[in-house]
Design a protein around this ligand. Structure first.
Ligand code: ZN
Ligand code: ZN
Length: 313
């Protein structure tokens, strides 16, 4: 039984104590400068062995050797590896550097708000994006919030990127998130999921077949429309690509006038069907939401009759 088990078999209290210990090691600007200096060795070189002691010390620029050694020593093991007088970042060290560059611990940015060039797929109303506190939120005047996602602070600060850019990036992030969940790996903690629980529900005046997942290890739980689970699967991406629609971009929903979708539940699973350009793609999903038999066929009446004839021999 997984329920109640925490990261690495630790309780919340143990996890917090170990992490607080690690964070206290990092709570020093000189130590963070050492990590940033070591990140300079992120080179396309398979044989790179990190930095020599003298290069590292020169890069950080500390006069006092004793002080430098003390702080480097505190980082060794958990955040910095070393051997034969060379130093490199451990996996945990890399994570910390990534978060430093992402502005996670230092980021703050101006609130940004504006109209996107995308419209709501249900009513064609212009969508608005608000970016605040590391979060992008996309809203429709009729339907309220239709999308939200956290983003690196450094990305939100980049004035070269307009709100459309941020939304497109966030959309793909969400896609990776869903793919991770569908492979039963929690994107936050690596835990397995309970579910999927599928239920019919009305949300913001629209009928959905909602799929719910709950991580057994961390606190993550969410519900998504079933079509969002399958829309990035290869048969669907290929189907839309044949009609010049990029299913991996928000343009998919913006051009909803060109395609329709139907979902329904049956005895041992679900059917999601997309129609576009006179063709229908049908995905039969089992209860675990695995794709059983994708099929494509023309929806033209004549063709339909022909197909039925063929099937009947
Ligand atoms: Zn709307
Ligand atoms: Zn988790």
């Amino acid at each position: 039984m997984w329920v109640g088990e925490q990261s690495g078999g630790m309780t919340d209290r143990e996890l917090a104590e170990t992490a607080a210990d690690g964070l206290s090691v990092l709570a020093n600007p000189l130590r963070l400068r050492i990590l940033l200096a070591l990140s300079e060795t992120r080179q396309p070189d398979w044989e790179q062995r990190g930095m020599s002691y003298s290069d590292l010390r020169a890069a950080v620029g500390v006069e006092d050797g004793g002080r430098f050694n003390y702080h480097l020593d505190e980082l060794r093991g958990r955040f910095v590896g070393n051997e034969d007088g060379h130093y490199w970042l451990s996996a945990a060290g890399w994570r910390i550097v990534d978060e430093l560059y992402a502005g996670t611990f230092s980021g703050s940015h101006e609130r940004r708000e504006g109209e996107l060039s995308y419209t709501c797929d249900a009513d064609d109303e212009p969508l608005t994006a608000t970016v605040e506190h590391g979060l992008i939120e996309v809203t429709c005047p009729t339907h309220g919030t239709v999308f939200d996602m956290t983003l690196p602070f450094s990305l939100l600060d980049d004035s070269d990127r307009d709100l459309d850019d941020l939304y497109e990036y966030a959309f793909r992030q969400a896609q990776q998130y869903v793919e991770s969940v569908c492979s039963d790996v929690c994107p936050h903690c690596g835990g397995r999921f309970d579910g999927p629980d599928v239920e019919h529900a009305e949300v913001k005046q629209r009928e959905y077949l909602l799929v719910g997942f709950r991580c057994r290890r961390c606190a993550v739980a969410f519900r998504l429309p079933i079509e969002q689970i399958v829309v990035f699967r290869p048969p669907v991406v290929g189907f839309f690509d044949d009609y010049g629609i990029d299913a991996t971009s928000p343009a998919l929903y913006d051009r909803s006038g060109e395609w329709t979708m139907d979902v329904h539940e049956h005895e041992d699973g679900f059917v999601v069907a997309f129609e576009c350009g006179g063709e229908r793609l049908t995905l039969d999903l089992d209860r675990s939401l695995a794709t059983r038999s994708p099929s494509r066929e023309p929806i033209d009446d004549d063709d339909e009759a022909k197909l039925t004839e063929e099937r009947n021999g």
